[in-house]
Design a protein around this ligand. Structure first.
Ligand SMILES: [Zn+2]
Length: 284
């Protein structure tokens, strides 16, 4: 029976080379090789070091809504390429490629949903779609989901993941900052709660508009959150930046973020907050 009791020894780095890429993932945080199925069950958080792998818009929708309750809105909206912009390739081609990558739609998914049986308006950005950049469609969809929240008095939840403005749309892209901010101001006046959830990375025009205008700001651990990147800031101010600069934990210590929340606790934290912020939300 000795061959049943083969001594267990840790897997050596040299043995790890040829792991099938569709079954295992390597953690960027600790280098551990993780069984993908297990990682998915853990909401793509490394069980060894709590590193948060990137999550798609669909995956956040699943976490932040009751099963089968999500009704997507504005899925047919498409950017018009007003500048007929071309860099390495035409913008229209980039859009088509991005649509193929995420399976249709744009860099944000929006709609009505229920959470713990209560109504919410939900918007989730998808970083895979041209770096989650905010063009006119993203701005329009955020503004529309804000209006939905206002008209139906549903608390608004927005999950951000963005490299900033979409350069290929120039000024049209920048205008979305004002448009989304104006919508949120109306929501604020009407006392409809808005929780902003910041994920890795949230930068540029999205940080400078709707992502930082929440009644409450939650951030995932280790997320990069800022306007300009650290290298640009360092070169501008000619000073070395403190350790952990622009990460969730640093922003939480300095008052920009209310709480850093592990993805596995995100749903219950949002429910708890909405229970306090929107008492009628519970009793409906
Ligand atoms: Zn890890």
């Amino acid at each position: 029976m000795a061959w049943f009791r083969k001594p267990k020894k840790p897997i050596q780095a040299s043995e790890r080379r040829d792991l099938p890429s569709d079954v295992f993932d390597k953690c960027e945080g600790c280098g551990e090789i993780l069984y993908r199925e297990k990682l998915l069950q853990n909401l793509k958080v490394c069980p060894h070091c709590d590193h948060h792998f990137m999550f798609s818009a669909t995956e956040y929708v699943q976490v932040l809504s009751d099963e089968g309750s999500f009704e997507e809105l504005g899925r047919g909206l498409r950017s018009a390429d007003p500048l007929e912009f071309t860099d390495l390739k035409p913008y229209a081609e980039r859009l088509a490629a991005a649509e193929r990558k995420v399976g249709g739609g744009e860099a944000v998914v929006t709609g009505r949903a229920r959470l713990d049986g209560n109504p919410v308006a939900l918007g989730v950005m998808d970083f895979r779609f041209i770096g989650g950049s905010m063009g006119s469609v993203v701005g329009e969809k955020i503004a529309r989901v804000g209006r939905l929240a206002l008209e139906e008095e549903r608390p608004l939840l927005l999950v951000s993941a963005s490299g900033g403005a979409r350069m290929m749309e120039g000024t049209y892209s920048l205008m979305q900052m004002a448009k989304t901010s104006a919508m949120l101001a109306r929501l604020h006046e009407a006392s409809v709660p808005y929780i902003s959830i910041l994920t890795h990375p949230t930068t540029g025009g999205v940080t400078a508009s709707f992502a930082m205008l929440g009644d409450v700001h939650l951030a995932e651990p280790g997320a990069l959150i800022g306007f300009a990147g650290p290298r640009v800031i360092e070169e501008t101010i000619k000073q070395e930046l403190p350790e952990g600069f622009q990460r969730s934990e640093f922003l939480s210590e300095h008052g920009m973020v209310d709480r850093v929340v592990d993805r596995r606790k995100l749903r219950e934290t949002v429910c708890l907050l909405l229970g306090h912020m929107a008492p009628e939300w519970r009793s409906e």
